[in-house]
Design a binder for this molecule. Structure first.
Ligand code: ATP
Ligand code: MG
Length: 490
């Protein structure tokens, strides 16, 4: 549902108290005015500087004091929406908090008090009374309209604009996920930089957005693996599975052919064998941005703050679709604290699972888990992920491919090396260990003033004790777990 319709339903439901989290106060007020007008409800706005005023009128004398303003609201019986902006400040005062509660409890039908705050807050005193709501970032069509307007403005000031329709749409994509105000400012900056908006600004916009989205550290845009699946050795089963889904996606034919759009996969396995790498390669193959969600960054100080942060992040993710959403070590963020943290991580898990089931088609989730014992069983239930893969130590053929990929990646022709011999010697090595052997061998060769040969590589391998040996039991436990719950990725 679009945001204004959503808001209208919320107002029509006649809740006495709404807690609205938004960093876009202006945009929120605009949407609220429209929704209220649609329902024939007047809007009153309170701010610490002006006091309480019916929208467009002069403020009432003496109402800058929040308790006085709340008293006025409590005395009114006519329907109306009463918005308190920057409400997080007055809410810190227990008496004001009580006044909010009193006003909400005596609200007559059609009266709604709206507390707007830049960050989600939910004082425990209001929990049973207030409905939290988060303003979503603008969707693609809202952004497209803004970009169109901005381009027309630029053209009017005779700033040359040279963009094809595809480029204009790439600009909209590059802004997706930002607030409207941030998107507008960023676009202005791009235009001012060189006096125009051109295709070369798209990369600038993307890079700047990456920094802005990471403001609270929950979401981060991650570099993809330029080589795509080429850069990943082995994992043939996983690659084939993804390639098949990718074809259906690219062709946009999934729906037409009666196929469900792929939703996501869960990767478990032996450390260092390419789980993270697979996420980066996939995003490159599918030409989608790769966004990392770090669930450990969700945890906030207030009750409800963590959940709101998750909701906001997921809403942001949706506006950026189509994307690949990568959640690394999913078991660490969700349900990590069990019931020991007041149930916050449980609730986060619940919110996330619900989203996983309902999320729009354009978001493909790649989740990884290292500690399978800590993985909430809910993740493994049918319908959450399309498939659960187990990424095992690479076999002989895969090790060969991994050597190849890393030699090639460092400018060495793999054909010059005895790959079969290297593969045989490195039995039990993870991909990361093979990479480390290549790097170590390069140093050896460099130190000796020679070019790299099979000999240095063999020496490095001989000097390494792989994890599969030093932590044999752990690997065995992982495999035992996977044998009944996961599909081999190799
Ligand atoms: N199959 C592979 N092909 C090519 N390189 C690999 C492969 N597996 C691992 N590597 C190399 O090892 C590095 C570490 O791998 P990656 O981060 O993908 O492992 P992981 O499975 O996510 O491990 P962890 O469980 O520690 O997070 C990669 O950056 C890559 O260079
Ligand atoms: Mg990893």
């Amino acid at each position: 549902m679009d945001t204004s319709a959503d808001l209208r339903v919320l107002l029509a439901s006649q809740y006495p108290l709404l807690l609205v989290a938004t960093r876009e106060e202006q945009r929120f007020l605009e949407l609220l005015r429209r929704a209220a007008a649609g329902l024939g409800l007047p809007v009153w706005i309170w701010s610490a500087s002006r006091g309480l005023a019916r929208d467009g009128m002069d403020p009432m004398y003496g109402t800058a004091e929040p308790q006085r303003a709340l008293g006025v609201v409590a005395d009114l019986t006519d329907p109306g929406i009463f918005v308190f902006t920057d409400a997080h400040h007055p809410l810190e005062d227990p008496v004001t908090l009580r006044a909010v509660k009193d006003a909400a409890m005596t609200a007559t039908p059609g009266q709604t008090i709206v507390l707007s705050t830049p960050r989600p807050v939910m004082p425990p005193e209001l929990e049973s009374l207030a409905v939290p709501w988060t303003l979503r970032p603008p969707d693609r069509s809202e952004l497209a309209a803004m970009v169109r307007r901005a381009l027309e403005d630029l053209a009017a000031t005779r700033t040359p604009v040279r963009l094809s329709a595809t480029e204009e749409s790439a600009i909209v994509d590059a802004l997706a996920g930002l607030t409207m105000a941030d998107a507008e400012r960023l676009l202005q900056r791009a235009a001012i930089r060189d006096g125009t908006l051109g295709p070369d600004d798209i990369a600038f916009l993307r890079a700047e957005k990456a920094g802005m989205l990471n403001a609270d550290g929950v979401l981060e845009i991650v570099e993809r693996l330029p080589a795509g699946f080429e850069g990943v050795g082995g994992l043939d089963g996983l690659k084939a599975w993804l390639a098949m889904r990718g074809r259906a996606l690219q062709a946009g034919q999934a729906g037409a052919a009666g196929l469900d759009a792929p939703r996501g996969i869960l990767l478990t396995g032996v450390p260092g064998c390419g789980k993270s790498l697979a996420a980066k390669a996939l995003a490159a193959e599918w030409h989608r941005p790769l966004v990392l969600l770090d669930p450990s960054r969700l945890y906030g100080r207030y009750v409800g703050e963590s959940e709101e942060r998750l909701t906001t992040s997921l809403a942001t993710v949706e506006t950026m679709s189509p994307i690949v959403l990568w959640i690394d070590e999913i078991e660490k963020g969700f349900a990590a604290g069990g019931d020991g943290d007041g149930g916050v991580s449980r609730r986060l898990l619940g919110t996330f699972l619900r989203w996983l089931q309902e999320r729009p088609d354009g978001v493909f989730v790649v989740a990884t888990a290292n500690d399978v014992a800590a993985l909430p069983p809910e993740f493994l239930r049918k319908g959450r992920f399309d498939e659960v893969f187990f990424v095992d130590l690479p076999g002989g053929e895969a090790r060969r491919a991994i050597f190849s990929a890393h030699l090639r990646g460092r400018g060495h022709d793999p054909a010059r090396f005895d790959l079969d011999g290297l593969s045989a010697r490195s039995d039990g090595f993870s991909g990361a260990e093979i990479e480390a052997a290549v790097v170590g061998a390069l140093y050896r060769a460099f130190g000796a003033g020679q070019t790299l040969t099979t000999r240095e590589l063999a020496a490095e391998i001989g000097a390494t004790v792989p994890l599969s040996v030093s932590r044999r039991e752990d690997v065995a436990r992982l495999r035992a777990w996977a044998s009944t719950r996961a599909v081999p990725a190799g």
